[in-house]
Design a protein around this ligand. Structure first.
Ligand code: DWN
Length: 415
């Protein structure tokens, strides 16, 4: 095993060896591996990025596991960069507060708590909150925001330490983090250790139906080891004695699902109707057939021709194009489509951590958003397409002055 990555040969959930490769994105830098100017001359580590479908349980997954320490010990992504994300956190907290009758005696813990944004909403309900996130830089930010945070990777041993220090939790949340976890058994063992009897485990992650339907290939990257359907998720949670008691489809990150779980109680059939609805939806979308993923791959390659063809035409006509948003997924799109500084002069982004740095792989400079109005390029390719409405609204002056936005997927369009 290389210290920087390991190759897994078995399905992460059912251990099958029948893993079918349907999309090969080639050798990729880590998606949040932004670099300083002085680092650009150094060789950039890259890792094979290919996506597989388990022909037994249906889990879509990666087989190269990059050492999490390389990706998460210091993390530039900040949850609070989007109003839409913060509104989503507010609704999750409110739903749990009402559903669980939370009060000042309640304890809420968040796995992958990032800058503490989600927990800050539980704090407004006077709950006791604890963040759990391995990124030391984010744990400091969260602590400054009044959110005590344990800079730890979550597993059964860190769960024991956290229980020892803070007691057990009425609510454990895990948004946009379950896909990042390699050892899912350890995570569920940790939840079982930390969660009070009668407590709830709420998780949210991008939904495979949306990924396939909306061609969200750029959300496939080394941070995301698994791409869950409800079928695979249900198989996983039931393996650890949990059951789904609520399920909502939510419009964030290009389409996600929010699931609430309790420990299994014999004879209780929770949420069966809505669970069965989504299971039949997945069957109708043929998510359990490998041909679905072959078609997805063909469409991604067609999209590459369309987007690069449009940008080349615009540049040939004398227009200037920049990127808007420097999300992890944007680094996958620009690297896989080979959209470099020859096509995008620069990228603007609202995240202070990313400004002044260069994107992994394509080395495109990242500047603050105010550069857009100062410079007035003709087109802005919205790489953070999941926040396109928020971005276009924010930049209406740019549009009024004749600036135009390019949306890259599910089909290329200029707005
Ligand atoms: O799962 C993950 C998601 C939740 O966040 C992580 N693996 C990593 C990360 O993925 P991402 O980087 O693709 O996330 P976002 O939230 O889609 O990134 C949006 C980017 O766009 C941020 O860098 C901030 C930027 N942005 C901006 O510049 N102006 C966003 C908005 C709304 C804006 O107005």
């Amino acid at each position: 095993m290389n210290k920087d990555f390991r190759l897994v040969k078995n399905c992460r959930i059912c251990r099958s060896v029948k893993l079918y490769k349907f999309l090969d994105l080639g050798s990729m830098p880590i998606p949040n591996g932004f670099r300083k100017k002085e680092d650009l001359k150094r060789k950039e580590p890259k890792y094979e990025l290919a996506c597989y479908f388990c022909e037994d349980c249906g889990l879509v997954q990666l087989t190269i596991v990059v050492n999490p320490k390389i990706m998460f010990d210091n993390y530039v992504y900040i949850s609070a960069t989007s109003k839409v994300r913060m509104n989503n956190f507010s609704s999750l907290a409110y739903q749990a507060y009402i559903g669980q009758n939370l009060n000042s005696a309640s304890a809420v813990m968040d796995i992958g708590s990032n800058d503490g944004s989600l927990l800050s909403f539980f704090k407004t309900y006077d709950c006791k909150v604890v963040g759990i996130d391995p990124a030391k830089n984010l744990a400091k930010i969260a602590a400054l925001n009044g959110i005590p945070t344990e800079a730890e990777y979550f597993n059964s041993s860190s769960a024991r330490r956290i229980k020892e220090k803070y007691g057990s939790a009425d609510v454990i949340a895990a948004t946009n983090v379950m896909a990042h976890m390699d050892d899912l058994d350890e995570v569920f063992k940790g939840v079982d250790i930390l969660l009070k009897k009668g407590g709830i485990f709420i998780t949210e992650f991008p939904y495979l139906v949306d990924l396939i339907e909306k061609l969200e290939f750029d959300t496939i990257y080394h941070e995301h080891l698994s791409y869950f359907s409800l079928r695979t998720w249900k198989f996983l949670v039931e393996k650890f004695g949990f059951e789904i008691c609520d399920l909502q489809r939510i419009q964030i990150d290009g389409g996600a699902i929010r699931l609430t779980h309790r420990r299994k109680t014999p004879g209780r059939n929770l949420a069966n109707k809505v669970v069965n609805y989504f299971l039949s939806l997945e069957q109708k979308k043929k998510l359990d057939e490998k041909e679905t993923y072959d078609l997805f791959s063909q469409k991604v390659h067609k999209l590459k021709m369309e987007l690069t063809g449009l940008i080349d035409r615009l540049i040939k006509e004398g227009s200037r194009v920049v990127g808007y948003g420097a999300p992890a997924k944007g680094n996958i799109l620009t690297n896989f489509f080979n959209i470099g500084k020859d096509k995008l002069d620069y990228i603007v982004d609202s995240t202070p951590y990313k400004q002044g740095l260069y994107t992994p792989g394509m080395n495109i400079p990242v500047y603050p958003e105010n550069r857009l109005l100062k410079d007035m390029p003709d087109y802005a390719l919205i790489l953070a397409w999941n926040f396109a409405n928020e971005i276009v609204k924010k930049q209406e002056i740019y549009k009024k002055r004749g600036g135009q936005f390019i949306i890259p997927l599910p089909e290329v369009k200029i707005i």
